[in-house]
Design a protein around this ligand. Structure first.
Ligand code: SF4
Ligand code: SF4
Length: 261
């Protein structure tokens, strides 16, 4: 099975990297649909803007796909994975991962306050402030994009792999919440399953994890659920013993099955 399987998994990671880097290249087009500022501006005018819709969709998709958006589609993720070539240091997680929630909660409050002040939402404009759907169409918007990219870049250089995802991302909490809600209701979802008996403790999974998770320890504990896991599949596709696999099912199923792909 070796060669066929190797080709398939290599192809899967090639596809993932191509997708996430293409998303980064398209960031000048999609920037406003992920904007944390325009959503407040829209709310203050009673308008549901593109980023409101995008964040709502992220939450809904995460009910069945967990944080796959972060691992496969996010433009900021694509940029940070390119940064690995310059700085491939593991980022610290743990309590530091809470920083993003300290940003996220007041930001949600600001959106709600803006909407309440204006008497609620009374219109929808998915293309709000874009130029025929394109976000960056002038010097001012280009400048804002440059600042955002610079912040992401500095975080990656200073703190390591996908530091922005760990500490600063305003989108991550939506997908984390979606995943947790799905788990509470025991809805089937994309997950990692593990067959810990087969593990030879080589720690390759930990080494390749773009979120710097202690994957090897998760394998040993037989527990792959982690709110920082972006379901990128790097551990799945780099494990020499096929210990980790993707499955689609409930948390319980992932705990008893490693027969995925
Ligand atoms: S890469 Fe596979 S075999 Fe190696 S430590 Fe991780 S799970 Fe175990
Ligand atoms: S645990 Fe595996 S799937 Fe999750 S982020 Fe790390 S490498 Fe990706």
């Amino acid at each position: 099975m070796g060669n066929k399987k190797d080709t398939r998994v290599r192809r899967r990671q090639r596809v993932r990297k191509a997708l996430i880097i293409a998303s980064f290249v398209l960031f000048p087009v999609t920037f406003y649909y992920l904007s944390p500022i325009l959503i407040i501006q829209g709310a203050s005018e009673g308008i549901i803007v593109g980023s409101f819709i995008a964040f709502a969709l992220m939450f809904l998709f995460s009910l069945v796909l967990g944080r796959a958006f972060c691992g496969w589609v996010c433009p900021a993720g694509g940029m940070q994975e390119l940064c690995f070539k310059l700085r491939d240091k593991r980022a610290k997680g743990g309590r530091l991962d809470w920083i993003k929630y300290f940003i996220w909660v007041p930001w949600l409050g600001a959106i709600a306050a803006a909407a309440i002040r204006t008497g609620g939402f009374n219109g929808v404009d998915p293309l709000y402030q874009t130029y025929y759907g394109i976000s960056i169409a002038g010097i001012q918007s280009l400048f804002v994009l440059a600042i955002v990219l610079l912040v992401i870049f500095i975080l990656a250089m200073a703190f390591g792999r996908r530091a922005f995802c760990h500490y600063g991302c305003w989108m991550a909490p939506f997908v984390v919440m979606g995943r947790k809600a799905g788990n509470v209701f025991r809805w089937p979802s994309l997950r990692l399953a593990v067959d810990e008996e087969k593990c030879i403790d080589c720690k390759k999974c930990t080494k390749v994890c773009p979120m710097s998770l202690e994957v090897n320890a998760m394998v040993k504990a037989g527990q792959m659920e982690n709110s920082e896991c972006i379901l990128c599949g790097m551990c799945v596709d780099n494990c020499p013993k096929e210990v980790i696999s993707y499955v689609f099912g409930s948390k319980k199923r992932a705990a008893v099955s490693a027969g995925g792909v």
